[in-house]
Design a protein around this ligand. Structure first.
Ligand SMILES: Cc1ncc(C[n+]2csc(CCOP(=O)(O)OP(=O)(O)O)c2C)c(N)n1
Length: 596
């Protein structure tokens, strides 16, 4: 079947990748982060597009920026907080432009399914003077990429492509087309454009302001913003996935669906306002559209009825409309079956477990970071006292140490991917300012939390090909750390004695763990799994020491000791044979299954 007639069922992220392929994209970069990660993983399936994981969002942005300077069609993808990391180039390149075309995907996470905050990144578009496109489903997620690149090239402007978790991860039918090829036009030397010296930047700021005026005129006429005429009693301005909820709850109502949420088409909004009796803005998170519509002197209602916290849903849309006395009776919304809650926990065989088990006994302040190892904060380990954003652990530990009377004893725990992302400068600073902290790099040789992506410490590129593997111990040494120890986190005795000693010191030390993730890459699942353990019920005294290592393979059985305590049991299908539980059992009741 010819590709133009091909229909596929794609998630929003898969659709973005398909859109990149069809729109002739040349270069794509990213640093992983939910809900954006699959965009690059899927783009990497298209050999026509060069794609790479970068060590952090700022570098990813800069590589894509270089590509557009070279006249290539480029895209950079990240989760919403990633844009904070890339904010420096993001802001300034607005004055330069994007001659080859540049799409900046920000995957926002309303409801914080897997994020530390729920900032609304449409604000960034206004801040930097970028147009902002917001697809509402998978078809649009694909189609709008071509629109974004067209706008980007035509107006010499980067485009913010704002997605949200529901659009990224929901699947829908998508009509696919052939790829269109575009030449890479080559770098056109022009220092007044590409070098943002203050004298140049002042002129470029004026230029970018005029550019925004032109994009404003475009916003009035583009089909990305469409009025869907309906019952004139109310009119609803909406965007993204919220549009789908509005259609479900009040079908047949008048809608102004904004596919481009910055800059706003005020003439179109005025026209829409005149067609309806009451105007509402229903938007997810901040009153981004509402405030601008009001500031333009157009009367509308919005956050009065809908919260700016958390995700929108058909229910939330409906409840707001009931509060606004637009609809009176509840429409039956099909609700998903409640899912039995399953608390997050380290996987069986996770190399982070041993370190956090030891730390939980050492009673020290632990500045942790973002990754699987953040789970050490949760019961029963309760090991972790601060965690704010990627890379913060080392700086925070250093700051606490400096503010303390006794300037030692504070631990920073940080993953390998996070250390490379933004921990290295923290270490450099701690060395330079002689902070007596203990930094534990939880090196499981993968970016595990986001599903196992490679980074410069893994020796693999996005497409799986081999590359130079950086040595974290050598990096630490080069950054000035003098005490560097490598430990086996499956060996609790060694882990405890090394950590005790390093934490007691009056100087900075780095401890690096040496066991790979038990889950990623998938080959590891076989590697770690030597011979599983079982509980010998004749010996188990029901003390539950093994439960305190927080392994999902261990649970209480229905067998009782003489003192009526439940004996433990191990699910051998889950056990990887890491031996941490066996090491904490005081009576040797946890034994390898020798004769399987
Ligand atoms: C600025 C930013 N970018 C991306 C993410 C998504 N994210 C959360 S943790 C993490 C890295 C985890 O890898 P690592 O530090 O190696 O720890 P692991 O999960 O492997 O234990 C990423 C990319 C984020 N939270 N913030």
């Amino acid at each position: 079947m010819a590709a133009q007639f091909m229909k596929r069922i794609l998630s929003g992220n898969e659709a973005v990748a398909r859109g990149c392929y069809e729109a002739g994209l040349h270069v794509a970069t990213a640093y992983p982060g939910t809900p954006s990660t699959e965009i690059l993983e899927n783009i990497s399936q298209y050999s026509e597009i060069y794609s790479e994981w970068s060590p952090n969002e700022k570098v990813a942005f800069e590589v894509a920026m270089g590509a557009t300077f070279e006249g290539a069609r480029a895209l950079v993808a990240m989760k919403h907080v990633g844009l904070n990391v890339a904010a420096d180039p993001f802001m300034s390149v607005s004055l330069v432009g994007a001659p080859g075309g540049l799409v900046v995907v920000s995957a926002d996470d309303p409801g914080m399914h897997s994020s530390q905050n729920e900032q609304d990144n449409r604000t960034y578009a206004k801040f930097a003077g970028y147009p902002c496109l917001e697809p509402a489903d998978s078809q649009e997620a694909k189609d709008f990429i071509a629109d974004a690149l067209k706008i980007s090239v035509e107006y010499d402007v980067p485009v913010l492509y704002r997605m949200t978790t529901r659009v990224c991860h929901s699947k829908g039918i998508v009509n696919c087309q052939e790829r269109k090829e575009y030449p890479v036009i080559g770098f056109q030397r022009d220092p007044k454009k590409f070098v943002v010296l203050p004298a140049h930047a002042r002129v470029r700021h004026q230029w970018s302001t005029e550019r925004l005026d032109k994009i404003r005129r475009f916003a009035e006429n583009t089909s990305l913003n469409r009025i869907e005429p309906g019952d004139p009693k109310i009119g609803i301005i909406t965007h993204g996935v919220t549009y789908q909820y509005v259609k479900e709850i009040v079908p047949g109502t008048s809608i102004l669906k904004l596919g481009m949420t910055y800059p706003l088409p005020f003439n179109k909004i005025r026209k829409f306002f005149e067609q309806v009796e009451r105007l509402f803005v229903i938007e997810e998170l901040e009153p981004f559209i509402e405030e601008q519509v009001k500031a333009a002197g157009i009367e509308c209602e919005g956050k009065k009825y809908w919260t700016n916290l958390g995700e929108m849903s058909p229910d939330v849309v409906m409840e707001g409309l009931i509060r606004a006395e637009v609809i009176s009776k509840q429409k039956t919304v099909v609700k998903a079956e409640p899912v039995i809650p399953r608390p997050p926990v380290f996987c069986p065989g996770c190399p982070h477990r041993g370190v956090y088990y030891v730390l939980s006994k050492l009673k020290t302040v632990i500045c942790t970071d973002i990754g699987c190892y953040t789970l050490g904060v949760l019961p029963p380990l309760n090991a972790g006292d601060t965690c704010v954003e990627m890379g913060a652990s080392i700086g925070v530990a250093a700051g606490m140490t400096k503010a303390r009377k006794i300037g030692k004893g504070i631990v920073a725990t940080i993953g390998d991917s996070t250390f490379i992302h933004s921990g290295m400068t923290g270490l450099l600073n701690a060395v330079n300012n002689r902070s007596a902290i203990t930094i534990i790099i939880m090196d499981n040789r993968i970016t595990a939390m986001t599903g196992g992506q490679y980074h410069p410490g893994t020796g693999k590129q996005l497409n799986g090909s081999e590359t130079r593997k950086v040595d974290l111990a050598k990096i630490c040494k080069a950054l000035g750390a003098e005490r560097i120890k490598v430990i086996d986190p499956y060996d609790l005795k060694q882990t405890e004695s090394v950590l005790k000693e390093e934490i007691s010191l009056d100087e900075l030390s780095v401890v690096i763990t040496n066991r790979p993730c038990a889950l990623y890459p998938p080959e590891n699942r076989k590697q770690v799994c030597e011979i599983p353990f079982r509980v010998n019920h004749d010996l188990c005294i029901g003390c539950h020491a093994c439960l305190r290592v927080s392994c999902p393979a261990i649970s209480e059985s229905d067998r009782l000791t003489e003192k009526n305590k439940t004996k433990s049991q191990i699910d051998t299908a889950l056990c990887t044979g890491c031996s941490v539980c066996a090491q904490v059992c005081p009576v040797g009741a946890i034994q390898r299954i020798e004769n399987r």
